[in-house]
Design a protein around this ligand. Structure first.
Ligand code: 0PR
Length: 383
């Protein structure tokens, strides 16, 4: 019911506290299966300072728009591009939809088809439905990366583009993007890389010496990349990123918004009115942590995941789905569904995929949390 009379702030806050008591919180250490984390305090500060900025009307907030642009350039640089074109958006879903939209709008085919790995995120189902693009699924190999030969077999005259994933949702697998890039060039098709998760991990992990495939604009077939600051970038939700190699992709999805304060403005994002504060927080976090700062975060997360994978292997009845490539460790157990149920009942926020449990070493996950989790797991399994 919409209340006729308002309540005091104290009353409302008390009710909120009571109702959210059911929520799991990141700082409790119980959330182990999420790709989100407790936002960095500095990002929170920036958000609260600039909460009123609207990038949907950049003529009003000219400075903020320039900052968004700088954030896009810094992300482009991270991804091996001197100048990129894109936006800070609401998340990986919007970014992926925008990439498919650009590919479709630029392709001159009647029945557009997109080839993507079986491991692709469900956001592509939304893109498919909204944009009337048929999804053509490519099979995975034994190591759960996409079978590039199968991708090639599935190319037709109706193909508008190819998707590769740099950090799959379930297992954190990085596809063979170099081979996909070569294929894309051979067939004159654009390649989109979904690095929603991996974008803020792989560049740092590579410098730390982890052996991971190239995945970004350094590969000439890659035309667009999704990279989400609200995952490993530690920026508050919503903050996704879409970067295109060329201006034509952004132009292909831009519509005119003629009456705004800035005069005739072109808008490519799905959302109209959209948070400037989050784009500013992306910029501020990159400036504040720098490459070295993010590298430290990734170092901790990668080391923790290697240690955790090793510990899991010691528990009889528990097996890894594959050796982790990034900071995601997924494992199966005997009586998996029962184990999942019992873990959840003990208050663990885990992500139960079909056939395995996914643990994501986000910055809020610490070794002591995982030790407690391992004890619970062992207890449940040996009972
Ligand atoms: N691409 C990939 C590879 C993803 O893993 C995800 C989200 C997306 C795109 C879509 O991103 P948005 O959710 O930002 O639109 N992957 C997470 C997942 O499905 C999303 C998530 C995050 C789920 C936090 C749960 C959670 O607690 O696991």
């Amino acid at each position: 019911m919409f209340p006729r009379k308002g309540a005091s702030e104290e009353e409302v806050l008390a009710e909120l506290e009571e109702k959210t008591a059911e929520d799991l919180t990141f700082d409790s250490g119980r959330i182990l299966g999420s790709m989100c984390t407790y936002p960095h305090p500095f990002a929170r500060k920036v958000i609260s300072l600039y909460i009123d900025r609207n990038l949907g009307d950049p003529g009003l907030h000219v400075g903020s728009q320039k900052i968004e642009e700088e954030a896009i350039q810094m992300l482009s640089n991270l991804l091996g591009l001197e100048k990129g074109y894109g936006n800070i958006v609401s998340g990986g879903t919007e970014a992926n939809i925008l990439a498919v939209r650009a590919f479709r709008n630029l392709a001159d085919v009647e029945k557009p088809e997109l080839i993507l790995p079986r491991s692709a995120h469900f956001s592509f189902l939304k893109a498919s439905e909204m944009l009337s693009v048929k999804l053509v699924w490519a099979e995975l190999k034994e190591d759960y990366s996409v079978d590039v030969n199968d991708v090639e077999r599935k190319i037709t005259d109706n193909t508008i583009g190819i998707v590769g994933i740099a950090g799959t949702t379930g297992l954190g697998v990085v596809d063979d993007i170099p081979a996909l890039s070569d294929l894309a060039i051979d067939y004159g098709l654009p390649l989109h890389v979904d690095a929603a998760f991996g974008g803020f991990v792989i560049p740092f992990a590579k410098e730390l010496g982890y052996d991971l495939p190239d995945f970004d604009f350094r590969l000439k077939g890659v035309q667009s990349i999704t990279i989400d600051p609200h995952k490993m970038g530690m920026v508050p939700i919503p903050a996704g990123g879409i970067i295109f190699r060329k201006k034509k992709f952004l132009e292909a999805i831009s519509v005119p918004a003629p009456y705004l304060a800035g005069g005739k403005v072109w808008q490519a994002t799905i959302t109209g009115t959209r948070p400037g504060a989050n784009a500013l927080a992306v910029w501020a976090m990159i400036k504040h942590l720098g490459f070295e700062g993010y590298k430290e975060v990734v170092k901790g997360a990668m080391e923790l995941s290697r240690w955790f994978a090793g510990e899991l292997k010691k528990i009889p009845g528990v097996y890894l789905i594959r050796e982790p490539m990034l900071n995601i460790v997924s494992f199966g157990t005997t009586n998996l569904e029962e184990v999942e149920e019992k873990l959840k009942r003990r208050g663990w926020g885990i992500s139960a995929h079909r056939g395995y449990i996914r643990i994501v070493m986000m910055p809020h996950v610490r070794r002591e949390h995982l030790e407690e989790f391992l004890r619970d797991l062992q207890e449940i399994i040996t009972r």
